[in-house]
Design a protein around this ligand. Structure first.
Ligand SMILES: Cc1cc2nc3c(=O)[nH]c(=O)nc-3n(C[C@H](O)[C@H](O)[C@H](O)COP(=O)(O)O)c2cc1C
Length: 155
């Protein structure tokens, strides 16, 4: 059984964001940065869709995705492969809105006021278009090292 562990959750919390890779029906890959992410359970990851374009198009054509997250300081990272779905309403969309809100609050708390004000000009308080939920089917270690890099951790 696949299992997102507490250590993986800690890496996610410490990280500044995730990478999400999708593939179009023609096989063209696409990778984006996603900051507003929450691990929902032992096998589900939620990502807030605020600006996604090609990513959503690709998921509709081909729901197989890969995501990665890492902790630069401790040089640890994980890769998650699975199937993504898109939810436009309901509990998952509310969860995505809460993730966006928490991220805005954390930036307000941690950034100098003038930097936060500039950021707000560029990115006003976000309202997600949708929630992307990945049902994870396999997890790999991507931490460098002969015993770790590329190793399957659970599936
Ligand atoms: C640091 C950073 C954080 C980002 N966080 C998010 C996010 O949480 N949600 C989102 O929809 N887009 C986010 N983006 C924007 C996406 O990376 C990307 O620009 C968007 O999905 C459009 O790309 P696409 O057409 O390939 O999907 C972020 C970008 C950067 C650089």
């Amino acid at each position: 059984m696949v299992k997102i562990t507490d250590e993986m959750k800690e890496v996610s919390q410490k990280s500044h964001g995730w990478a999400l890779a999708t593939v179009s029906k023609e096989g063209i890959p696409n990778v984006i940065a996603v900051g507003n992410v929450k691990i929902l359970s032992e096998n589900e990851i939620l990502l807030a869709d605020n600006f996604m374009g090609k990513t959503v198009k690709n998921i509709k054509e081909n729901p197989e995705v890969a995501a990665a997250v890492w902790d630069w300081d401790n040089v640890l990272g994980y890769q998650f492969k699975g199937t993504a779905r898109i939810e436009y309403s309901g509990e998952m969309l509310e969860e995505a809105a809460a993730v966006d809100m928490a991220s805005a609050k954390s930036r307000k708390k941690n950034l100098p006021p003038e930097v936060f004000a500039k950021l707000l000009e560029r990115i006003p308080v976000l309202k997600p278009k949708a929630a992307i939920i990945i049902t994870v089917k396999s997890i790999y270690n991507i931490s460098p090292g002969r015993r770790t890099a590329g190793k399957l951790l659970s599936s």
